[in-house]
Design a protein around this ligand. Structure first.
Ligand code: SF4
Length: 298
């Protein structure tokens, strides 16, 4: 079990958030090219998962975010009874918002209605790893196993059930150039703007045992440049949806990185952007290398 607290923007105000990773058996799908979460999950969800969750709770937070390395609403990961008990425990902490993640196939009005009584006034925020709004990218670069239209249908169901919608967009899936990756995030974000309250840009990080790791080890893949993320965030400042990014392993070889000397400064500016939407201004000699990368067509 891993949990941590941080400051973030919650319903337009700075507040305290508690993130809790629940050790369920993980994602049933387990086929996305960049992901190997399932390999670090237990074979079966522990029977005392609700007690495990309870131990990680602590007071003084405005928001709780629950991650399961899969889908919260998948009843093979967590029974409906366990889901309701967990949501009920979270809601009793006096929070304003609760975030859980799910693939679209588990989201139905019936499921959402199961939580209505225990949530009370707590806003239910559902995060979906859409990755891209382009079906070719979803099929050939991510192997996502669902289409943009499936996401769209479920986002509408969430909105009609008074839930918030959060979408993750993947920055630089394999088989895209740096420029194509940039354009894919911009085009996808604009396409889903009216369907989402929050758009989180997730730059690819190299998971051990993933298909992307195989490409990376053969020098056929490089994680995106921080410059590309900076450009995406600055370009999307006008969106009504809240745009943010919390990169994994930033500045590391396996994560989004630049040359090494400007990485920390830019990472701090991205954190400031997340809280205050301040445009990111940065300079470094390696920007020229990135500009050359953008011109590559292979
Ligand atoms: S990215 Fe999400 S949907 Fe895809 S395999 Fe990983 S956990 Fe499952």
């Amino acid at each position: 079990m891993v949990s941590w607290s941080n400051i973030e923007c919650i319903s337009g105000k700075i507040g305290n958030a508690r993130s809790i990773i629940l050790p369920t058996q993980g994602c049933y799908y387990d086929k996305c090219y960049m992901c190997s979460y399932k390999s670090s999950c237990p074979e079966k969800t522990p029977h005392d998962i609700v007690d495990i969750f309870k131990q990680e709770l602590c007071e003084g937070h405005d928001k709780i975010k629950i991650f399961t390395s899969g889908s919260f609403f998948d009843t093979t990961e967590l029974s409906l009874k366990q889901q309701i008990e967990i949501v009920s425990l979270a809601a009793k902490q006096g929070i304003k918002e609760l975030t859980v993640e799910s693939r679209p196939e588990f989201i139905t009005s019936e499921v959402l209605r199961s939580f209505k009584d225990v949530l009370g006034d707590v806003v239910f925020d559902i995060a979906i790893g859409l990755e891209s709004a382009n079906n070719d990218v979803l099929k050939y670069c991510v192997n996502k196993g669902f289409t943009f239209e499936a996401f769209e249908r479920k986002a509408n169901i969430l909105m009609s059930n008074d839930c918030l919608v959060k979408a993750y967009l993947l920055l630089k899936p394999p088989f895209l150039t740096e420029y194509e990756a940039f354009m894919d995030v911009i085009t996808s974000a604009r396409k889903i703007e009216s369907l989402c309250d929050t758009i989180s840009i997730n730059p690819v990080s190299i998971h051990k045992g993933s298909i992307v790791e195989q490409l990376w080890l053969r020098n056929s893949y490089r994680p995106p440049y921080l410059w590309t993320l900076v450009e995406c965030l600055n370009e999307l400042m006008d969106l009504d949806a809240y745009v943010l990014s919390h990169p994994v392993a930033p500045g590391k070889a396996r994560g989004i990185h630049n040359c090494g000397s400007c990485d920390n400064t830019i990472i701090k500016k991205i954190e400031e952007y997340n809280l205050n939407k301040i445009p990111i201004n940065a300079q470094c000699d390696c920007k020229a290398e990135w500009e050359m990368e953008l011109k590559k067509i292979f």
